[in-house]
Structures are given as C-alpha cells and as structure tokens.
Design a protein around this ligand. Structure first.
Ligand SMILES: [Zn+2]
Length: 466
C-alpha cells in the first residue's frame, strides 16, 4: 500500500487541533466524574464514558473487561504529637496502609540508611520512625521500600514520612516495590505528613529521643472490588493479524481528580483513536497492522489492570496476537513530547526511523532499567516490547504538575494544546509503525527467564523516572 504521507500527516495534525475533543475529555473525566479510584463508581463511569467514545469514533469491538481488584479504603486517619498540649498533625495514610492504633516513642531516623539506623538500634524496637522519603544524597540511592524493610526488621512499629515541598501538602505515596510478586503487601504501616509538621516532629524528637510519643490512628480495610479495563480496535488493512497497542490508565488515587495522572494520558489515547479512525473514514488511509487502544483500571493499586489485561489476552488463553509494541501514556501534563523510551533495545533503530520520518526532532531511547512505575511493566514482564514516553527528565518539567496523587491534581494544571500535539504526533508515529513491513521488524523473542533475573537483580535499585 502506497501512502500519501503528506496528506495523512497534514490531516492528522490539522484535526488534532481543529475539532479537538481533548478539553471535553478532561472536563468529563476530572470535573464531571472526578475521582476514579479502581473499583469505585467513579472508575466505572469513566470506563463507560471511554467505551462510548471509542464506539462513537467508529472503532471495532469496543469492550469493557471486568476484573477483581484487591483494593483498600480508609475512613479516618490521625497523627497526634503528645505533649503538654497534644497537637493534631497533617496526615494522609500511604496506599494500602493497614489499620493501626498505636502510641509509641518517636525516633528521627533521617533517611533510614544503614549508617543512620545502626547507632539507633536500641531505641527502634516498638517505636514510630520519622523517615525522609527522599534519597540520601551521599550514598548510592536506596528505594524507600528497602529502607522501610530495614526499619521493620529492627522492630519499628510504624513510620511517618513528611512531604518534600512546602505548603502543608501531602500526597498518597506507596511503600511497596512494584517489581515484587505481591506488591500490595507493605513493609510496615506508613503515614504521610506535611513538610511543616514533619519539621515540627523532627525538632521535637531531636534531643528528646525516646521521650516524645506520637499516636497514629488509621481506620482502613482491604476488600475485593470490580475494576475495569477498556479496549477497542482499528483494523489493519495489510497485516490484519498484527497489532500495535496504545494504552493509559484511567483510574486515580482515592481523592484525586487525576488531571495529569492520568486524565492526560486517557485523553490522548482517546484523541489518537479519534484521529486515526477519522483519517481512515475521511481519506481512506488506514493502518497497515491493527491498532488496539486500551485504558487500564487500578494502575494506582500496583498495576492490577494491566496485569489482568496481559494475563487474559496473552498468558491464559493466548487468544490475541501479542502487540509488536505497546506504548504507555502517563502524566502527559508534565511536559511536551520529546520521544519514546523503550524497555528493551531491539526496536530502537526502527522506532527512531519512524520518528525521523516525521521530522519533529523526536528521539528514541532505551531505558537502562526495567521501569515498574507504569502499565508498560506487565507487558515488558511478559516479553512484549513496550515503551513509555520521554517527557521531562533532562529539561524542565512543568512546575504546575507536581500535584499528583492529591486533590490538587486538577485540570487547571494541564496545557490542553500540548495534549493536542501529543495526539497528532502519536497518531503519525503509530500510522508509520503500522506500515513497517514485517520483514523489517525485528522479532527476536525476549527471554522471559532473563527478564525475571533482571528484575530480581534490579530489585534494590532506584529506577530513573522518565
Ligand atoms: Zn499514573
């Protein structure tokens, strides 16, 4: 099939701007529906909306796939600094924090590195530790999970992390390592406080170690709930049995409207689908291989949606052809598109050629470590070539988007025109990749045992967030 690329790409970029639905999607997902915690009614409504949009664009076989998610809910939480006058502090439990009710001595463990905890060993058993969630700058970076594991092994009963930025803010953090097989198992109860109250705790503990007590109460429980993935297909004309997959998670943390994380990626997935379906309908130019669009639930709850999707489609029944590449969209409000970051090196030159053909200066990179911070990870773990977008690592991240996992992740922080650009550029990239002949596409089978060994080797390392 000979493609008139100029016509196709002009159509895609023009329609990415004029007639864009990006603002409508953001407003529906974040303002009208609001929080979309996996397994909640908000998530169900978001999935219904996304599927309805896929259908209205003329995609085929649009569907919602339900799965049982291990979820968590919290009803109340408090941190009290006990003293002459007890003080209630800013508080937010970390995701999957177990229920706890405890009063114990407070010990400031700094970053919780071995050289810091070693002299405190005698005081730590049964204590509440104040620990910085940041990386200690003078040593090789150690994940928070490992440092919390260390505290748990020393008998610490619970931990408090202050938020790094000021302004009495807290966000929902995670204390587990998502590379683990049971990632929702947490090392110990962890609650967050603001930087300001963290400072108060640190000042109070200093010089009074063992004599200051703190009370933590968290009323929380675990349950199973139905969460949802959505999917729809744009058929391929030349190689109908081959697919590319574009995906994003549609869920949020419990109280976040999730504009950047991840109304942005969901919106761009919808817009890219609308553009490619519209191009086919109006110009007759369709993809060579099929393109599947998917959105995942419960990503914020240790990637459960993409894990369920990969299991159902490629591992259990193996009914679907594995995608030649999966591209994950997450937090696109953080900066403009700079390129693609692959999890494995085999497709680097092929993807770079497709980017070069668009002439937009985009780059294809290969990340040195497996990145378990998003929905590309379960695909990579199953031996599927997968990628996320390269956005801000080496040049400025938009400051307005540092509000993830909190109620402040609202649409006013997004730049809608940038989302339009993402959709246009991704539609062009996917169309080009869909027309790369199979003979030019490296098909080296990825070695699943080698991938698991690599994940195990990298378990104690901090991966570089893109
Ligand atoms: Zn996200």
């Amino acid at each position: 099939m000979t493609i008139d690329w100029k016509t196709a790409e002009s159509w895609l970029m023009g329609n990415a701007w004029v007639g864009s639905l990006a603002g409508d999607h953001v407003s529906m997902l974040c303002d009208t529906i609001g929080t979309r915690w996996g397994g909640s009614d908000g998530e169900r409504r978001a999935a219904d909306y996304i599927r309805g949009q896929f259908e209205s664009f003329g995609l085929e076989d649009s569907a919602i796939e339900e799965f049982d998610a291990n979820t968590w809910e919290t009803r109340s939480a408090s941190i009290t600094l006990n003293g002459e006058i007890p003080r209630q502090l800013d508080v937010r439990p970390s995701l999957f924090c177990p229920p706890i009710s405890i009063t114990a001595p407070l010990v400031d463990v700094g970053f919780g590195m071995a050289h810091e905890t070693e002299p405190l060993t005698a005081q730590l058993s049964g204590s509440i530790a104040l620990i910085s969630g940041s990386y200690e700058p003078f040593s090789p970076a150690e994940p928070l999970t490992n440092r919390l594991d260390r505290l748990a092994s020393l008998g610490v009963a619970a931990a408090i992390t202050p938020y790094a930025a000021g302004g009495r803010r807290t966000t929902h953090g995670s204390s587990s390592d998502w590379r683990d097989n049971r990632p929702s198992t947490v090392p110990l109860p962890l609650v967050h406080t603001s930087r300001e109250d963290g400072g108060l705790l640190s000042r109070t503990a200093t010089g009074n170690s063992g004599n200051v007590t703190v009370t933590i109460n968290v009323d929380a429980s675990y349950k199973t709930a139905v969460s949802r993935n959505t999917l729809a297909d744009l058929p391929g004309e030349t190689w109908p049995d081959e697919t590319l997959l574009l995906g994003a998670h549609h869920d949020t943390t419990p109280d976040s409207p999730g504009a950047n994380d991840n109304g942005s990626g969901t919106t761009v997935t919808l817009e890219t689908a609308r553009l490619l379906a519209g191009l086919k309908r109006e110009t007759g130019i369709g993809p060579g291989r099929a393109i599947r669009f998917a959105t995942f639930g419960s990503e914020e709850q240790t990637l459960q949606g993409s894990v369920a999707y990969v299991k159902r489609h490629y591992l259990d029944e193996q009914s679907d052809p594995r995608p030649r590449i999966m591209i994950n969209l997450d937090e696109l409000g953080t900066g403009s598109m700079k390129g693609v970051a692959l999890q494995f090196p085999e497709l680097r030159s092929l993807v770079q050629r497709a980017l070069d053909d668009s002439g937009e200066g985009l780059r294809c990179h290969v990340i040195a470590q497996m990145d378990s911070s998003g929905d590309m990870f379960p695909f990579a773990r199953a031996g599927i070539q997968s990628a996320m977008l390269w956005r801000w690592r080496f040049v400025g991240r938009h400051p307005d988007t540092a509000f993830g996992h909190s109620s402040s992740d609202t649409p006013d922080k997004l730049r809608i025109r940038e989302l339009k650009e993402y959709a246009g550029l991704l539609a062009r990239l996917l169309l080009r990749l869909s027309h790369v002949p199979p003979s030019d596409w490296p098909t080296d089978q990825l070695d699943l045992a080698a991938i698991e060994r690599r994940i195990e080797d990298e378990r104690g390392s901090v991966f570089r967030t893109l």
